[in-house]
Design a protein around this ligand. Structure first.
Ligand code: SF4
Ligand code: SF4
Length: 432
């Protein structure tokens, strides 16, 4: 297989090619078409002759609407801080000791006091009123494992429901290691229509090495029990798997395992070193990731499942990778408010970048100057991304990873994103 290459025809039109075939793609318009081997010469003639408007190929692009004005996706909003979603990290305690944990969870136990949880939930409604909005979202996410403090989460859900005005809607979500979910908990999650992300990294021997319990024994049987409880109670969930050098070869087996237990969706993201992961977890090899990811994705389609890595979606164009550009409110166990769910404590190396305030017994305090500094975290400010053909689907990647890598994404990340998006583009356009 030869190198994947591309040319930018126009700011929103790319010609991407490999192994003698190509695709013309206008990502912001959602338009693309295939260029089979016998037509490649026409495109080269157009490009080599300086893209004249009189050229047959240019006229074809015009007639197909490729030069229509595209709506540019938004960047962070102007004005005072406001978040549609509040994430609460009730504890840094965790029953697992995952070897790459970004939060080094389970070392220093700290619980978010109930009074601060109340203030945070009240603020969710304050922000909604300021927006004239009647939809709110409340999420529960590490630092540690939320279900270690199950009763606190239940109390927070009930409190949020008590405050919910008539005719408003609230959505709940939970990121969990899954090992503490039983039938009773799954019923509660179903009753409140939770959307669950279940972190799990592989088949038994992989899961037990990457995600051991605090006592050193494996967590595989427990997480499988949790998954089955979610399936039996019809809770909406997706598995999130972090791919390292240790599990990059077993994606297909993991997919089959999840399929045989009723899971319908897996999101697989390449590992990025932070927290405990800086201490020597084998990094992913991009070529192995790409090969095994594409095999698993193909097999998932046959099984009626979804197997996807973030950004491998042609429909989801954005200039913003996530809401960490000053539009996210994650309340951490120490009471700090972080825009990035990976920055969890005052001693974090990126605390000065992502922490925008704190919750106290008097209420929520936001440092608007900190918020303003984050608003520039978008694709428009990443020079190396400007000519990249996946820029509107990749959106420049995770800001946290970028900061830890000196302002750039690791080359292996870009290689993976381009290869998987090219595969999706090629399949879609040659099928179309
Ligand atoms: S910056 Fe990265 S780690 Fe932080 S919230 Fe966004 S995607 Fe997650
Ligand atoms: S981060 Fe890499 S893959 Fe993503 S748009 Fe920028 S250059 Fe392209």
């Amino acid at each position: 297989m030869s190198n994947l290459q591309w040319k930018q025809i126009h700011p929103n039109i790319f010609f991407v090619y490999q192994d003698g075939v190509g695709v013309v793609h206008a990502p912001l318009l959602g338009k693309f078409f295939s260029v089979p081997a016998e037509a490649m010469g026409i495109v080269w003639d157009y490009l080599d002759s300086g893209k004249p408007e009189t050229h047959y190929f240019h006229q074809h692009l015009v007639s197909e609407g490729f030069f229509e004005e595209a709506t540019m996706p938004r960047i962070a909003k102007d004005g005072p801080f406001n978040s549609r979603e509040v994430t609460i990290s009730v504890t840094s305690a965790c029953n697992l000791r995952c070897i790459y944990c970004y939060a080094c969870a389970g070392i220093n136990f700290c619980d978010l006091p109930w009074e601060l949880i109340e203030k945070s939930i009240q603020q969710l409604y304050v922000y909604a009123n300021e927006r004239n909005d009647t939809d709110v979202e409340l999420s529960f996410h590490g630092t540690g494992e939320t279900l270690v403090r199950w009763q606190v989460m239940v109390k927070a859900v009930n409190y949020a429901m008590e405050l919910l005005p008539e005719d408003w809607t609230i959505s709940f979500s939970l990121v969990t290691n899954g090992t503490l979910i039983d039938d009773k908990k799954a019923k509660f999650l179903k009753e409140h229509n939770f959307s669950v992300v279940l972190s799990m990294d592989g088949i038994e021997e992989i899961q037990n090495v990457l995600r051991p319990k605090a006592d050193g024994t494996g967590s595989f049987n427990d997480v499988l029990t949790g998954m089955k409880a979610l399936v039996e109670n019809e809770v909406s969930f997706a598995v999130r798997t972090t791919v390292t050098g240790l599990n990059q070869d077993t994606m297909l087996e993991f997919l089959e395992l999840c399929a045989s237990n009723g899971c319908k969706e897996i999101s697989a993201a390449p590992f990025s070193a932070t927290g405990r992961g800086e201490e020597g977890v084998d990094d992913v090899d991009p070529d192995i990731f790409i090969k095994n990811y594409l095999s698993a994705k193909k097999r998932a389609t046959e099984l009626g499942m979804t197997f996807i890595t973030p950004s491998d979606c042609l429909d989801n164009v954005s200039l913003r990778y996530c809401n960490a550009d000053g539009e996210s409110m994650a309340v951490m166990p120490e009471g700090i408010i972080s825009c990035c769910t990976r920055v969890t404590k005052k001693s974090d190396p990126l605390v000065d970048v992502f922490v925008i305030g704190q919750v106290t017994e008097d209420g929520v305090e936001i440092d608007q100057d900190q918020v303003e500094k984050l608003k520039g975290l978008n694709l428009l400010n990443y020079p190396e991304c400007q000519d990249c053909f996946v820029k509107y689907t990749c959106s420049g990647g995770c800001h946290h990873t970028r900061f830890l890598n000196g302002g750039h994404q690791p080359a292996s990340y870009c290689k993976i994103m381009r290869a998987v998006v090219w595969n999706t583009l090629k399949n879609a356009s040659f099928k179309a």
